[in-house]
Design a protein around this ligand. Structure first.
Ligand SMILES: Cc1cc2nc3c(=O)[nH]c(=O)nc-3n(C[C@H](O)[C@H](O)[C@H](O)COP(=O)(O)OP(=O)(O)OC[C@H]3O[C@@H](n4cnc5c(N)ncnc54)[C@H](O)[C@@H]3O)c2cc1C
Length: 477
């Protein structure tokens, strides 16, 4: 249903409003929903420039029951940022200022549209960095990372985005502005509102400012690459390294299919065998840690273990890994990557998880490249299919579903970092149980009783086109 958004023209915003086709159409897709065409074209796009703009838009939209879907860089992989009920796409990408760097406190204040890599650039001269950046850090924003509770290659050592957010300014659905968290390193004051907003995918409030914690850049950074005779050997080696306490900042698994695809896309010449990429961070003694890892990997039949120093050699090492998402998508024009898998399991179950996915793929003769932030039990997998072949598509859906269910059975999660969005709604109750999901629903109603913010996401019933509405009363405030 189309909404009359002409009220936006009367709001005297600092930012811009557009009702034009090209602006609206470009906000009907994000990286994940693009291929599947799940998004709909919003009726208007607003680029706010201030917190007051965001507040004015939300207050007016909420009064009129017009949906508002926050949008940042649109790199979400589960359709998180696309509107499904039209209304307004609230594009926060122009709120892109670094507000303050307090190096002595290891803190930075930023607006939500600042790119992740820009945070690192802003603090590099101070010898600091923002550790939980996702692999997409140079194409995605702080607002999107906070909303999806993103994480990345260094999460195994440093944690995810939620571990590095200290304070948020958030505009609620009715336009009121709240501050959640504090600038202290710890707090036990009141409910932890900040962590309710982190990971809420724009369904509970719009982040307009974030105070992020930073880490000191280690004096020694080394990369390494280890080649294994089989994927099972590689997965067991990752588990053993983590269990043994090897102090590793990054430990990424890439299977032989992914290595081949990376070579075709990036022009690298990775051996097409299961490979583990590593990075070690220390202020001193890094070589000792590398030796420790080498010994652990030797117990798992590692065939080659080579290291690289900081600089160009490290860049070469990471290039192929960083471009993997694109490499898989562009591997074969006749094959489509069905859904981006993002399961995460306790580390002791990682080898079993990897074996399970590959077993399903082999049984059905499907191409399923696997890779991921293995050190935190995360496995990305894409089932490649010929979309005109119904039987193959059904088999691929089965692989995808069975893998997520297996991860949940193992005590893990359907999504370690991409969020639920549109793509994983079916698994919310499987993972959390109906009572926990009802508690989430109550939280949603308390913050956003008219279901103004990003309606159609997360909750299973929204797959049927429902919105999460207040129980009864027309006026819910
Ligand atoms: C090649 C590639 C690699 C990737 N690698 C990783 C990875 O390693 N780790 C990982 O975690 N993810 C990864 N992703 C997924 C994605 O990049 C991240 O989830 C990223 O944080 C999304 O940021 P964005 O700026 O693109 O946000 P968008 O996709 O535009 O939006 C994300 C969500 O945030 C909401 N939102 C946007 N702005 C705000 C705001 N100001 N306030 C409240 N809600 C808001 C949107 O409604 C949406 O629900 C990858 C994606 C790609 C394409």
């Amino acid at each position: 249903m189309a909404y009359d958004c002409s009220f936006l023209s009367d709001l005297a915003l600092d930012g811009e409003v557009s009702f034009g086709d090209s602006a609206r159409e470009s906000h009907a897709a994000d990286f994940g929903a693009d291929e599947r065409g799940q998004g709909v074209t919003p009726d208007a796009v607003v680029w706010p420039e201030t917190t007051a703009d965001v507040s004015a838009v939300l207050s007016a939209a909420d009064d009129r029951r017009v949906p508002v879907t926050p949008y940042a860089a649109g790199t979400s992989l589960e359709g998180n940022a696309v509107p499904v009920h039209r209304g307004i796409s609230l594009d926060c990408s122009r709120m892109d200022s670094v507000l303050d760097v307090r190096a002595d406190d290891f803190q930075i204040d930023v607006e939500p549209g600042v790119y992740g890599s820009a945070v690192d650039e802003a603090v590099a001269d101070e010898g600091l960095f923002f550790p939980p950046l996702p692999s997409s850090g140079d194409i995605s924003t702080v607002g999107g990372m906070v909303a999806n509770d993103a994480s990345g290659m260094k999460t195994v050592k440093y944690g995810e985005v939620s571990d590095w957010v200290l304070e948020l300014e958030v505009v609620l659905a009715d336009g009121s502005v709240v501050t959640a968290g504090s600038k202290a390193a710890k707090t036990s004051s009141g409910y932890n509102l900040k962590d309710i907003f982190v990971g809420s995918e724009g369904t509970l409030g719009v982040v307009t400012r974030a105070t992020l914690e930073l880490a000191g850049r280690p004096a020694q950074i080394r990369g390494a690459r280890a080649l294994f005779p089989s994927l099972d050997h590689a997965a067991e080696a990752v588990f053993d390294a983590v269990r043994s306490g090897v102090d590793v900042a990054t430990i990424e698994l890439v299977d032989a299919d992914s290595a081949r695809m990376a070579n075709a896309y990036t022009g690298t010449d990775l051996p097409d065998v299961p490979t583990v990429f590593l990075e070690f961070h220390a202020d001193y003694g890094v070589e000792r840690e590398i030796e420790f890892c080498r010994e652990v990997f030797a117990d798992h039949g590692v065939r080659q273990f080579e290291t690289a120093d900081d600089g160009a050699a490290m860049d070469d090492l990471w290039e192929a890994r960083e471009d993997l998402a694109y490499a898989i998508q562009l591997w074969d024009p006749d094959l489509t990557a069905l859904h981006p898998g993002d399961v995460t399991v306790p580390i002791s179950d990682y080898p079993e998880m990897v074996k399970f996915v590959k077993g399903l793929a082999d049984d059905r003769d499907l191409l399923v490249p696997c890779f991921g932030h293995a050190g935190d039990g995360n496995l990305h997998y894409s089932v490649l299919v010929d979309e005109d072949d119904d039987e193959q598509v059904d088999a691929a859906e089965e692989v995808y579903r069975a893998t997520v269910e297996m991860a949940i059975d193992l005590g893990g999660t359907a999504t370690g970092e991409h969020g639920i969005g549109l793509g994983k709604r079916d698994f919310l109750e499987v993972e959390h149980g109906s009572e926990s999901v009802e508690a989430m629903r109550r939280l949603k109603r308390a913050f956003d009783p008219r279901d103004t913010l990003n309606p159609g996401k997360i909750f299973p019933e929204t797959a049927g086109g429902e919105r999460v509405r207040a129980d009864s009363a027309d006026d819910v405030r």
